[in-house]
Design a protein around this ligand. Structure first.
Ligand SMILES: Cc1cc2nc3c(=O)[nH]c(=O)nc-3n(C[C@H](O)[C@H](O)[C@H](O)COP(=O)(O)OP(=O)(O)OC[C@H]3O[C@@H](n4cnc5c(N)ncnc54)[C@H](O)[C@@H]3O)c2cc1C
Length: 375
C-alpha cells in the first residue's frame, strides 16, 4: 500500500521546518518532510535585528541566542564608523539550535521527517504527486519544495552573495567583543567586497569574507578569505560556513498543480541583502495569524516600496560597485539607525522610506534608477 499525505515538504531546512510548524498551528497534521542530510548541522549563523516595534523573532524560535550586540561599525578606507544601536540589538543564533528546536516541535506532534533522502524526481499522477523514498512510493496531494536552484538568475540588477566564514580562536585579544563589524570594505572596482566579524569574545569570532557580484566563484572568495584570516593570529579554526545566496528582485514563485516553491530561491531572500531569517519568521507569523489557511499564503508577499528601493540599490551595486562603501557608510551613519533597522527588517514606516531617499546620494541613486530601466 502506498502511503498518502496531504502535503510533502522537500527540504527540512529553515523554511521547510518553519512552515511545518506553521501548518501544525493551522491544525494541518497529515504531512511529511524529506531531508537530504542525516543530521542537523551547525553550519550557519542566523543574524537578525531586534528591538522596539520589530516583530519578536525570539518568540518564533525560542532558543538561546548565541550572542547579541548593541554597537556596530562600518569601515571605509581603514576609517571606522561606530554606530550605537540604542534600544536595538544585532543578534544571532546558531543554525543547529534553531533547526533542532523546530524538529523537536514536529516530532512531539508525530510529524515524520524522512532524513537522508535526496529527492531528485517528483512524478505527477492524475490526482496527486508521487515521490519514491528508500524504495517506498509516497503519494502527496501538495508538494512544497525548498530545494535551492542550481542556476542563478543573473538578469539585471540581480547579484549573488558569495561568502566564506571561519569561526576562529586567536592567540591574541584582537576583537572588540562589544562591536560587530558589519562591513569592512576592500577597495574594488569590480565587486563589492567586505569582511564581516561577529566577535563572541576578545579572542573568538566568526570572520567572513563576502562578495556581492554576478560572476564570482568560491575559489576567488576563498583565496581572499585566507589572506584576511592572516590578520588575526589564528590558534584554531573551530567551524566554517559558506554560502551562495541570491540577491534578486525576481522571485522564482511556482504555484501550479499543487506544487509550491519556497525558501531562499523563491522569495525568502531579501534582494538587497540576501538575508532570509527575518523574512521567514515574518512569513510564518502571517500564516499563523490568519484565521483560515489557504495554499496561496505559502507565497512570499513582497512589499512594493521595499522591493523597488532594493532594485535601485542592486542596480547601483551592480553598475557602480566602487561606490558601494560610501553609500553604505552614508546609509548607516546619516540615516537614523532606527529607520535603517526597520528598513532592513522589512518593517519600515513611510517616514523611514522618506528619510532613506532623502539621505542617500541623489546622483548615484538616480543613475541606479535609470540603469534599472535601460539595462
Ligand atoms: C552559511 C549561511 C549563513 C547565513 N546567514 C544568514 C544570516 O545571518 N541572516 C539571515 O537572515 N540569513 C542568513 N542566511 C540565509 C538564509 O537565512 C538561510 O539560507 C536559510 O537557511 C534559508 O532557508 P531555506 O529553507 O531556503 O534553505 P535551507 O535552510 O538551506 O534548507 C534547504 C534544505 O533542503 C535540503 N535539500 C537540498 N536538496 C535536497 C534534496 N534534493 N532532497 C531533500 N532535501 C534537500 C537541504 O539539505 C536543506 O536542509 C545564511 C545562509 C547561509 C548558507
Amino acid at each position: 500500500m502506498k502511503q498518502k499525505f496531504d502535503v510533502g515538504i522537500i527540504g527540512a531546512g529553515l523554511s521547510g521546518l518553519t512552515l511545518g510548524n506553521s501548518l501544525l498551528s493551522k491544525k494541518i497534521k497529515n504531512f511529511i518532510l524529506f531531508e537530504k542530510e542525516m543530521s542537523t548541522k551547525n553550519d550557519k549563523t542566523y543574524s537578525f535585528w531586534s528591538g522596539p516595534g520589530l516583530f519578536d523573532i525570539k518568540k518564533t524560535f525560542s532558543v538561546k541566542l548565541k550572542k547579541e550586540w548593541s554597537q556596530i561599525e562600518i569601515k571605509v578606507k581603514g576609517e571606522s564608523y561606530k554606530i550605537d544601536l540604542g534600544d536595538y540589538r544585532y543578534a544571532c543564533y546558531g543554525s543547529e539550535s534553531v533547526l533542532s528546536e523546530l524538529y523537536k516541535r514536529l516530532a512531539e506532534k508525530g510529524i515524520k521527517v524522512e532524513r537522508g533522502c535526496s529527492i531528485k524526481h517528483v512524478k505527477k499522477n492524475q490526482d496527486d504527486w508521487e515521490i519514491e523514498v528508500k524504495g517506498k512510493k509516497i503519494l502527496l496531494k501538495n508538494i512544497i519544495d525548498s530545494r535551492p536552484n542550481k542556476k542563478f538568475d543573473d538578469k539585471y540588477p540581480s547579484l549573488k552573495q558569495v561568502f566564506v566564514g571561519s569561526e576562529i580562536i586567536s592567540t591574541k585579544k584582537v576583537f572588540d567583543e562589544n562591536v560587530v563589524t558589519l562591513m569592512d570594505f576592500y577597495n574594488s572596482k569590480k565587486n563589492v567586497i567586505f569582511t564581516y566579524i561577529l566577535p563572541f569574545s576578545k579572542t573568538k569570532a566568526l570572520v567572513e569574507t563576502t562578495f556581492f557580484s554576478y560572476d564570482i566563484n568560491f575559489k576567488q572568495v576563498e583565496k581572499l578569505h585566507k589572506l584576511t584570516l592572516k590578520k588575526f593570529d589564528i590558534k584554531e579554526i573551530t567551524r566554517t560556513e559558506k554560502a551562495v545566496l541570491p540577491m534578486s528582485p525576481y522571485t522564482n514563485l511556482k504555484m501550479e498543480n499543487q506544487y509550491y516553491k519556497i525558501g531562499n530561491f523563491a522569495g525568502a531572500s531579501r534582494p538587497a541583502s540576501g538575508y532570509a531569517f527575518t523574512r521567514i519568521a515574518l512569513w510564518a507569523n502571517q500564516i499563523e495569524t490568519k484565521s483560515e489557511f489557504s495554499y496561496e499564503m505559502i507565497n512570499h508577499k513582497e512589499n512594493y516600496l521595499t522591493n523597488w528601493l532594493d532594485k535601485i540599490f542592486l542596480s547601483v551595486l551592480r553598475s557602480n560597485p566602487q561606490e558601494a562603501p560610501e553609500i553604505f557608510r552614508i546609509f548607516f551613519t546619516k540615516v537614523p539607525i532606527s529607520s535603517v533597522i526597520r528598513f532592513l527588517s522589512e518593517q519600515s514606516r513611510l517616514i523611514d522610506y522618506l528619510v532613506i531617499i532623502l539621505k542617500l546620494p541623489k546622483l548615484v541613486m538616480l543613475r541606479g534608477l535609470i540603469n534599472l530601466y535601460v539595462k
